[in-house]
Design a protein around this ligand. Structure first.
Ligand code: CS2
Length: 480
């Protein structure tokens, strides 16, 4: 039997257009939205998903009426739930006009985003728009048929203003610090190049709340699809797999206060999201990236496998307690040591197969907010950073593109080519390689790229990694 909509399935109308439909939003935003309705909310906050690049999600979801199964995997077992709130999936490159029509429809009041860090076409070190990014160049030249999220938002808001409609709220759900403010600034910069009037209208009438999102959602595999069929007796080509934990902290600033009652599902509405973002990006995502690079090099396929290796588990514990926690201000009513203890449990969950290779993707876009902020604060206070230095060295080793057995690594990163080629200029000089990579200002900024002390500690860690291999280097730091 195949998953299909029936008369008993809830029907929804579109109130949200979501750009960047992937597993994460289907296991996070969509479930909070379902919960708001289950708690008695209206059915007019259905989500129209938009894929900005590929048709895969649409091709899997459309034949099953955009229903799908969410499979929750905890250490004690699995539960499934059918998600009904997706009203359709559009593929932007096939029909940008349909996307703009949906975004500028009167019933659409919120545009949510999970387009990943690189989707913003910004400079990761400064957060500013990259005007020479091919997508931005294209969208400024042809604003009526955009390709990127910023171009879609600006053109859709223009149409709304010209029709006398209120703007939609833009709710960023990506792992960027001050994410709402970053998107507001990118939209303002892009719009002002087209029309200062439009930019002013968006700035005064639009809203860009910041939000911190959290749930571990690994990519779905064919084995997961088979397991869902076995558990439910129903064929679902597009299930999502997630851990039990979820968190969503949102700044309560929406145009005309129009939003679903996501608090019914446990979302926290606050006036200040930044402390939550810092905590999550630096502790969860920072440690994820650490385990991704050093774990991959040490032969660990998943986060849970790395955490089952004593040396790695102790390394992460030390990274958290000694190097990150002391420089992260805790959000209200939060004990950071409890937070990291809970993170360790989540990372250990053996039922979640989150690949180190998946998390290792796009490091050039992730490192600044996950690790470099912490590094800057430690350097400013003259504090040592042996674990953080080894993580940066691990990333440099990883993006070199060859593993410890001499096999190629499939490095996915918008700067992959640059990261590899700057290293090949220094084949016999590890310090030269480290200096060349840290010299990339779009990642390390003006300050770190020229910080000799930082270059020296990462250089030493990199040499250690090169000589001993990741596993021994990780174990070695614990003895210092
Ligand atoms: C991960 C995140 O892929 C990655 O880079 O660190 O997707 C992580 O699983 C989520 O942010 C957890 O909320």
């Amino acid at each position: 039997m195949r998953l299909t909509r029936s008369e008993t399935t809830h029907s929804w109308s579109t109130g949200i257009v979501h750009l960047g439909l992937g597993a994460f939003s289907r296991a996070h935003l969509a479930l909070y939205t379902e919960d708001a309705r289950s708690a008695g909310g209206p059915g007019d906050w259905g989500i129209l998903g938009v894929s900005l690049q590929r048709p895969d999600q649409r091709d899997l979801l459309a034949p099953q009426g955009c229903l799908y199964t969410a499979l929750e995997r905890g250490p004690e077992g699995a539960t499934t739930r059918i998600v009904t709130c997706l009203t359709g999936v559009l593929v932007a490159p096939e029909d940008p006009e349909a996307v703009l029509a949906a975004m500028s429809a009167p019933a659409t009041r919120i545009v949510t985003l999970t387009i990943t860090e690189k989707g913003y076409c910004h400079d990761p070190a400064t957060g500013r728009l990259n005007p020479s990014h091919p997508t931005i160049v294209h969208d400024l030249a042809e604003p009526g048929a955009p390709r990127g999220a910023i171009g879609f938002i600006v053109e859709a808001q223009r149409r709304r203003r010209d029709r006398g409609l209120r703007p939609f709220t833009v709710l960023c759900c990506d792992n960027l610090p001050a994410n709402g403010r970053v998107v507001a600034a990118l939209v303002a910069e892009f719009a002002s190049r087209l029309s200062p009037d439009l930019a002013a209208w968006i700035a005064s009438e639009g809203r860009f709340p910041c939000s911190m999102v959290d749930r571990i959602v690994p990519a779905t595999t064919p084995a997961d699809v088979a397991e869902v069929a076995r558990l439910t007796g129903v064929e679902d080509a597009a299930p999502v797999i997630h851990e039990p934990f979820r968190q969503w902290v949102i700044e309560d600033r929406f145009v005309d206060d129009a939003r679903p009652r996501w608090e019914a599902g446990g979302a926290q509405f606050v006036t200040e999201v930044e402390p939550f973002e810092h905590m999550k990006l630096r502790l969860l995502n920072g440690a994820h990236s650490a385990l991704a690079y050093l774990g991959y090099l040490g032969g660990h396929e998943t986060i849970a496998a790395a955490m089952a290796d004593r040396a790695y588990a102790q390394f992460v514990d030390r990274l958290w307690r000694e190097e990150i926690v002391p420089v992260v201000p805790p959000p209200p009513d939060t004990d950071l040591l409890d937070y990291v203890a809970a993170l360790a449990e989540r990372f250990r969950n053996p039922a979640i197969r989150h690949r180190t290779w998946q998390i290792a993707m796009d490091g050039s876009q992730k490192l600044p907010q996950r690790l470099l902020g912490t590094i800057r604060e430690r350097l400013a206070r003259d504090l040592s950073l042996p674990c953080l230095a080894l993580v940066i060295a691990g990333w440099i080793r990883y993006v070199g593109g060859v593993d410890e057995q001499g096999e190629p690594i499939d490095v996915r990163d918008p700067l992959a080519e640059t990261l590899r080629s700057v290293q090949t200029e220094w084949p016999d000089d590890p310090d030269g390689r480290v200096r060349a990579v840290i010299g990339l200002r779009q990642i390390f900024g003006e300050d770190l790229s020229q910080n000799e002390g930082f270059i020296a500690v990462v250089g030493a860690a990199y040499r250690d990694l090169w000589v001993r291999g990741a596993r021994d280097a990780v174990a070695g730091v614990l003895n210092t």
